[in-house]
Design a protein around this ligand. Structure first.
Ligand SMILES: [Zn+2]
Length: 196
């Protein structure tokens, strides 16, 4: 495969980018000065080499622990469980939440072969077992799989004595928290409800 075809194929693998857009981006890069594609390549290489999951929460970080986990002012009694690290960014932008996070790394999805072992359930149990967490806020997506994941975690934490809450209803069903604005999300956090 030639270099052009290879780049088109790589770009087309990204979410939301089809073959046509991949071609358009490739030709756009080719028309730029040599420096532009080189800068893009360097940025990609830096991310691949330096960014990894935080040891204590799964959020992306370049250090051993992410900025949230290493901030002593964060309330460690509140643990917000999200599917993806991108949701941490959304919640952080809303500035309503002062607790800590646990990034599952996906959602339960029997159809695509994602079970509890593929998610950070062990890390979650470990964080709760450490004893500082008093409330776990389930901020999984308001989708079928997100709900199933929340139900699973609720059962997983049964008997641990921690309070388990879920974001308030009113978020668009089937929606993705990644695309929800900060105000809506902070309202859903404020109005969170006890999981029955
Ligand atoms: Zn962290």
């Amino acid at each position: 495969m030639g270099a052009i075809d290879e780049l088109v194929a790589e770009l087309a693998r990204l979410p939301g980018i089809g073959q046509k857009t991949a071609q358009r981006l490739t030709f756009h890069l080719l028309q730029q000065s040599r420096e532009r594609p080189e800068r893009l390549a360097a940025a990609l290489a830096a991310v691949a080499a330096r960014v990894h999951a935080c040891d204590s929460c799964g959020n992306f970080t370049e250090a051993e622990r992410c900025t949230v986990c290493s901030d002593p002012r964060r309330d460690e009694s509140l643990l917000c469980v999200v599917e993806e690290a991108s949701t941490v960014m959304v919640v952080e932008r809303s500035t309503a939440f002062k607790g800590r996070y646990l990034v599952l790394g996906g959602r339960l999805s029997p159809l695509t072969g994602v079970g509890p072992e593929q998610l950070r359930m062990t890390l979650l149990k470990q964080r709760v077992a450490e004893g500082a967490v008093r409330e776990v806020i389930l901020a999984t997506n308001p989708s079928l799989e997100g709900e199933a994941t929340a139900t699973y975690i609720h059962q997983l934490l049964d008997g641990t004595g921690v309070r388990v809450t879920r974001l308030a209803r009113g978020l668009p069903v089937g929606g993705d928290l990644e695309y929800i604005d900060g105000v809506t999300l902070s309202h859903a956090l404020d109005a969170r409800q006890e999981v029955p």
